[in-house]
Each structure stands twice: as C-alpha cells, then as structure tokens.
Design a protein around this ligand. Structure first.
Ligand SMILES: *Cc1c(COP(=O)(O)O)cnc(C)c1O
Length: 331
C-alpha cells in the first residue's frame, strides 16, 4: 500500500511511541495493556486530528486556499488542531462552534480548547445545538467566497476520505512498530466519534492483511448508526487507495455502551477511567473521547470480552486540553 501519491504536509511528530502500561495492567489483572501515544502528535499539544490534517491541509494548499473553515462542539479538539495547523501554515482560520452539550460554565465556554483557538488567531461564531453543522459551514463558506476569499472547508472531525488517510497511515505505523518490537497485538481499541479514525484504521489494517481486529468505543451515536457511519467512510477511503473493496461490514465493530448521558457529558465511569490512567501511569485522558474509550476498555477487560487476548493496544487519541474546560466535573 503506497500512500506516497497523496499530497501530505508534515505537521506532527510521527512516529508516535507505543508504550506498555505495567501498573494499569497489574491493577486490572487481565491482558497486557499497551498504548499508542497519538496524544503526542505534537501540534499545539497533539491529538488524532493532526494526522488527518497532514492530508487535508496539503489539499487546501494545492487548491490555493487562503481561509480554512471548520466546525465542532465548543470544546472540539479538532477545531483546536485545525486552527493550529492554519497558524503554522500562515492561513486564516474561521470556525463554527456548536453549543452541543448545554454546559454553561465559564471554563467550558472560554478555557481549554477555546482559549487555544483564540491564541492561534482563529475567529469564531457560535451556533445552537441540533442544527446541521456541516451544511451551516457550507453556507458560511459561500458568504466568504462572495467576498473574494478562497475557502477550504473541513467537515467536522476532519472525517472524509482525505482525512481518513491519516489513520490508514497510522495503521501502517502500528503494524510496523509492532513487528519491530516483536509484540503482536491481539486487539486495537480507541474512541470513535466522527468516524475518520476508525475508518482509516480499519481500512489500513485490512489492506495490510494484518488480521488485527479493531473496536471503536462510541461517544455519541448508537451502535448501528456509528458502525454504518464508519463503514460508509471506510468504503470511500479504500476506494481512494485501491480498486478492490476489502473492508467488510463485519470488520466494523463499535461498542456504544459508554456514551453516558450524551456527547461531551462524562459519567462516573469516564471520570474513574481518567483518574485511573492519571494516578497509575501519569497519562492524561479527556472527558469527551479518550476517557470514555478507556472506560470501555477497562469494563470489557473485566467482563472477559478480550479473554483470548494476550496484548491489547489502546490508541490514545488525545484531548487532555479539554480537562480545564471541565474543571467543575472533577470538583
Ligand atoms: C475527534 C476525537 C476522537 C474521535 O475521532 P473520530 O475520527 O472523530 O472518530 C477521539 N478522541 C479525541 C480526543 C478526539 O478529539
């Protein structure tokens, strides 16, 4: 599989490390828990969107764009990494923030990712929850085009077949590192939202014929909706890379039992998982994505879902910048 023919611009610190978590493994007492540090991709603290943005921003530059537009929830990590990428490349950035969670604290509205967006020089507008944000983004783009701007529109989460190439690349990286270390993984687990991460990983793992199963822990949609979303994007992504459709519907597995009260709303299991990783391993998860992914990982280990596995890899997708936006959840 050759991703070299797709335009890409270097934004992050790759390869990210894969590390063993001995104290967490001992505490849970089941399979070995390993972690892929995609929280360390480097761009304005890092996270999974940086890999997608390496392909998306290259496309924006090739099209001669001067204004990057994107959208997300108020504490979106994707918006923060996009505004950082735009700053690094000398492009303007305008973002739409959806009041998706109903959280009204000052910290949620101004701290964490929101603070960093403004430090990156991005301008922003707010929208109420429940509207079609990607459509709204296109409407806003048309206004800028009529004023003479050359816009490049990145959908929520950077999840389209271009962005997903970043996680096809990550699958390659994992398979390579795993064989270099002599540590085969029996399952890969991560938090899944706008679907680009899982779609890219499942496509890459399949194209490499790795045989490693993948599980996405959902943070918003129901299992059926999430799996459909990932599968549809995986089909489009694999069509971009090869003529053969390798990803099958049954390769796409999501568990959406750890969403809690809703998107961006942590429950006790999310907060417990965040505390456990921090206290045992000094690793910071987040209340929206990786905390829920880790809560799922821990519960499924305890329930012996992974009983036939010796070694599990948890992909840490980042997000700890949002912790200060959620100060009140921890006090
Ligand atoms: C966006 C995000 C995810 C989910 O990735 P998708 O590609 O949107 O499914 C997981 N973790 C963190 C920290 C994120 O910001």
């Amino acid at each position: 599989m050759n991703l070299g023919r797709f335009p890409r611009i270097k934004l992050g610190h790759m390869n990210t490390p894969i590390e063993f978590l001995p104290r967490l493994t001992e505490k849970i007492g089941k399979a070995e828990i390993w972690i892929k540090r995609d929280d360390c991709t480097g761009l304005s603290t890092g996270g999974n969107k940086t890999r997608k943005l390496e392909f998306l921003m290259a496309e924006a530059i090739n099209q001669g764009s001067d204004l990057i537009l994107t959208q997300g929830a108020t504490q979106s990590n994707h918006v923060r990494q996009t505004s950082a990428a735009a700053a690094k490349l000398g492009l303007d950035c305008h973002v739409l923030l959806e009041d998706r969670t109903g959280i009204e604290t000052i910290n949620y509205k101004l701290n964490g990712n929101v603070l960093l967006n403004s430090l990156h020089g991005a301008t922003s507008e707010h929208r109420p929850s429940g509207i079609d944000m990607d459509q709204e983004l296109i409407n806003v783009s048309e206004k800028f085009i009529s004023k003479g701007r050359k816009t490049y529109v990145i959908p929520g989460g950077g999840s389209n077949p271009t962005g997903a190439l970043g996680y096809v690349n990550c699958a390659q990286e994992i398979v390579y590192q795993s064989s270099e270390m002599g540590k085969p993984f029996d399952f890969i687990v991560h938090a899944t939202g706008s679907a680009g991460t899982q779609a890219g990983l499942v496509t890459g793992l399949k194209l490499l014929n790795s045989g490693i199963p993948l599980l996405g822990i959902g943070v918003r949609a129901s299992k059926i909706d999430q799996e459909e979303k990932v599968f549809n994007l995986a089909k489009l992504t694999s069509e971009r890379i090869s003529k053969i459709q390798l990803v099958k519907r049954e390769d796409v597995i999501a568990n959406c039992d750890f969403v809690g009260p809703g998107y961006g709303l942590p429950d006790t299991s999310t907060l417990d998982a965040i505390r456990l990783f921090a206290e045992l391993e000094g690793i910071l998860l987040d209340p929206v994505y990786s905390g829920k992914g880790a809560a799922g990982l821990i519960q499924l280990l305890k329930d012996d879902f992974f009983s036939s596995c010796k070694r599990i890899l948890f992909v840490h997708t980042g997000g700890a910048v949002a912790l200060s936006g959620y100060l009140e959840s921890f006090t």
